[in-house]
Design a protein around this ligand. Sequence first.
Ligand code: UDX
Ligand code: UDX
Length: 432
Amino acid sequence: MKLSIVGTGYVGLVTGTCFAEVGHRVICVDNDAAKVKLLQTGGIPIYEPGLEELVQKNTAAGRLLFTANTAEGVANSDVIFIAVPTPPHPDGSVDLSYIEKVARDIAAAMTSYKIVVDKSTVPVKTGEKVAETIKRYCKTKVEFDVVSNPEFLREGFAVEDLMKPDRVVVGVASQRPVATMKQLYAPFEAPVVITDINSAELIKHASNSFLALKISYINAVSAICELTGANVIEVAQGMGLDARIGRRFLDASLGFGGSCFPKDLSAFVKIAEQVGYNFGLLREVQRINADQMDRFVKKINDTLWVLKDKTLGVLGLAFKQNTDDVRMSPAVEVCQRLLKEGARLRVHDPKAMDKAKAVLPPSDNVVYVDDMNAVAEGCDALVVATEWEEFKRLDLQRARQGMTHPILFDGRNLFDPAEMAELGFIYKSIGR
Ligand code: UDX
Ligand code: UDX
């Protein structure tokens, strides 16, 4: 099938590439000419495991093309996906101006029946607005269908999540696009849930908010563990073996971040408010998340007493492992808080150092260290802020010897408290 994807970011590029991988012909459109040029010449603007190889393979096979021209994408495809950003306004509501502009651009270029699929995360009822907009701006009055097809990709595992999805949600206003949407996703062999458009849009906000709620729940439990001497990992294990609960997304942490959970929670609270429902439960999820960060920073302050002129090593800058994405990263927030208290930082991330430099500029107080094992050199304490697997292989002997005091604050529970004590570390983690 012939597709185009407007918006070639974390979501659009992975989606387009995986569709090409299963044999569809895909045109990725982006209004960032430099990004398009980079992709056309074999470069890749983001880090996502397994993606680069797939982009190169499918570009070479002629199934994956890149352009900055929306009309070119529309003219040469039957199905057009919208995957542009839907950032938050200061009040938490969603800025839909990119979606609206893309809908107009698609409308202006349509000369035959098209299926326009919204993949961006949008408030319920956006599909109706997109359909209205296309109808208004389509010069030749051709037929079209609007479909809602939310993404459920975890950054760092996006290729895997797309190739082996738990489910595919397709919201439609008529039966006409259903067969095409099913055919499009057939190679992924996942259950396809057909709903109305409003329900599909709600499924996305309801799912992400629920996952965020699950994390805040275990984070609240971690606070109680700290007050009672229980161990949150054992609690999560015991809870998670109940199939009705499940172990995933019960990892206590210094808080969740990223470009989705914080924004989707705010949006869902706002959407509920606009339709007359007070979603206090989700406000509490947000409050617990903020509190978790405060408690972590307080732990550092309480232990080190004064941070001014102390040097702290920070492992992790990305908002989670396996990505170079630092949008709404709790790791970056920890760094900013420590800097505000007058600390000097030595920071490292396996993939996110380049992107982090935009929000945490290198200076006398922020030194970027290429080798994770060299971070602890001359530090008063170490902080683990991102759950990268490779941090578990940190040379702890070397770290201890290089530090003025062997103190480690672990915001991701990567190490075993007993082993850390044996190695001579003062070790403070989450909920243990
Ligand atoms: C975005 C949305 O933020 C999210 O709500 C949605 O679920 C999927 O799309 P993401 O892919 O992470 O998520 O965003 P980003 O990496 O910023 O990529 C968006 C791309 O769209 C960028 O490459 C940007 O240049 C491009 N873009 C933006 C357009 O092509 N046209 C526009 O009008 C605006
Ligand atoms: C999320 C959803 O998982 C995905 O389905 C959706 O479409 C996009 O938003 P993403 O933001 O890429 O994906 O990452 P995710 O793996 O959900 O992690 C989000 C944040 O929660 C990270 O900061 C992560 O470190 C944190 N987290 C996750 C925890 O603190 N504990 C957990 O148990 C799981």
